[in-house]
Design a binder for this molecule. Structure first.
Ligand SMILES: [Fe+2]
Ligand SMILES: [Fe+2]
Length: 470
């Protein structure tokens, strides 16, 4: 086992920290049994063309090679320390960043880290059956890439817990392997991570919208005054970019296939593709589910985390002012059947401030999909991002019913039209019926266009996944 530990790529001087080594020695076999039990179903002996993080050098931080997933080298990397870092926001603005956990913020930091960490194994569990029905070898490789890297993100967070939180941290690390996505007695912490993902359209929507929430959460933590957390999350973001690409371009290719058929006057439903209204409902569902992950619009927790210097804003450096004490944020909230304006102290609106950045980014992707529609020859039809008031389960808008344009409507109207706006059982059954494995080199399923280019300069038809004995 000691030898196995030495083979963990890292830049945290693992070999010089006996206590940490012992903790990881205990945790590592449990991680591997977790992977075997609820990681990707099948393909464990296949050779997958995977990227592995091996250093933090901007050029050459990763290598690409054929790897069997259980032999993936899950490493521990922190972005390099850039001189004497200062806390960039909140009450302690300008003071030196912390290398160790400050006692008064211990509980809050542990909660922040555990909540983030829990999403990493959860998504692997959610997606475990999808390899069997992958639309191409290219996509099969991509989902496994995402899965092993979410596994590495779990390692990254477990490192923080074990290195900085003593016995509590070790217990939390075990709990992270004990909870299960969708379980009734030990579910994952956040709701969206308990939703089943049993078709590839859901997977692409998840990687587009839900993993993108992760990008914004990680970006806010990359500003943290707790320096090891800031440096860990900064490095995670380099891998995360590929996950978001997989989601955004996956949806784009589904849209392209549908659009090509429509432009030829053919019905996508009769030709093994996904009708545009079904794509819109999947978009509505996953976007709104992911909006909830940012938390309530008005939040004293968010204010406390900002004040303490634990969680900043997206690109805090670009903000004109870093204490956020005198400004307010204007919200519209439902009250007695009408929308009313509310001014809240900016610190209490930090969840909403982060959500603003996220919504902008999602709109950019929807614009791209609409360009694909037009380019393929579909005119007069487009996809739309619903209002952030629609279909919310968290915050003031969860207390009323809205249509996708954000207009207050009666509960009866909402129920009558829900089937136009959100995924129906019929949609689910239809999309699921399209899921057939296409594991032949260079071939792609009927419901999705091939990608424009391959991975790491390889051709689209490259053998991204090889059978065990090839
Ligand atoms: Fe992740
Ligand atoms: Fe991710």
């Amino acid at each position: 086992m000691a030898q196995a530990l030495e083979s963990i790529p890292n830049n945290v001087d693992l070999s010089g920290d006996r206590r940490l080594q012992r903790a990881l020695e205990q945790w590592q076999p449990n991680f591997l049994s977790w992977w075997r039990e609820v990681g990707p179903e099948g393909f464990q002996a296949h050779q997958i063309y995977l990227r592995t993080a091996v250093s933090v050098e901007p050029d050459g931080w990763a290598t690409f090679d054929y790897v069997r997933m259980p032999e993936y080298r899950w490493g521990i990397f922190l972005a390099p320390k850039g001189g004497e870092r200062k806390i960039g926001f909140g009450d302690n603005y300008g003071e030196p960043a912390w290398d160790e956990v400050p006692g008064e913020h211990r509980n809050a930091l542990r909660r922040i880290i555990v909540t983030q960490a829990d999403t990493e194994p959860a998504s692997v569990e959610q997606q475990r059956l999808l390899g069997g029905v992958a639309p191409s070898l290219y996509d099969l490789r991509n989902i496994f890439q995402v899965n092993v890297e979410e596994g590495r993100h779990l390692w990254a967070m477990v490192y923080l817990l074990q290195r900085h939180f003593g016995r509590d941290g070790r217990e939390e690390a075990e709990e992270l392997l004990a909870r299960r996505s969708g379980s009734s007695d030990k579910p994952r912490i956040l709701n969206a991570f308990n939703e089943p993902i049993d078709d590839w359209l859901s997977f692409f929507m998840f990687a587009m919208f839900t993993d993108r929430d992760g990008k914004y959460q990680l970006s806010a933590l990359a500003e943290s005054g707790f320096d090891p957390l800031a440096r860990t999350t900064r490095f995670m973001l380099t891998e995360e970019a590929h996950h978001l690409f997989v989601g955004e371009m996956g949806v784009d290719r589904v849209v392209q296939r549908t659009a090509e058929l429509m432009a030829q006057g053919k019905d996508p439903r009769q030709n093994g593709a996904v009708p545009l209204d079904v794509i819109q409902r999947y978009l509505n569902q996953w976007f709104t589910l992911s909006l909830d992950l940012f938390g309530g619009e008005v939040s004293s927790n968010a204010a406390d985390f900002f004040a303490a210097g634990l969680k900043g804003r997206f690109r805090e450096d670009d903000q004109p002012e870093h204490k956020a004490l005198s400004e307010t944020y204007r919200l519209e909230v439902p009250e007695n059947g009408a929308l009313v304006a509310q001014e809240v102290p900016l610190r209490n609106a930090m969840n909403e401030v982060l959500r603003d950045e996220y919504v902008k980014d999602c709109q950019r992707a929807v614009d791209r999909w609409n360009k694909t529609l037009q380019r393929s020859g579909v005119n007069g039809l487009s996809l739309r991002l619903p209002s952030r008031r629609f279909h919310r389960g968290v915050g003031p808008c969860a207390t009323a019913t809205f249509d996708p344009e954000g207009r207050l409507i009666s509960e009866a109207d909402y129920e009558a039209r829900e089937g136009e706006w959100l995924i129906t059982e019929r949609d689910r059954a239809y999309v699921k019926a399209l899921m057939h494995p296409v594991h032949e080199r260079g071939k792609v399923a009927s419901w999705i266009a091939p990608p424009n280019k391959g991975i790491n300069g390889m051709p689209v038809g490259y053998e991204y996944v090889k059978p065990p004995d090839a």
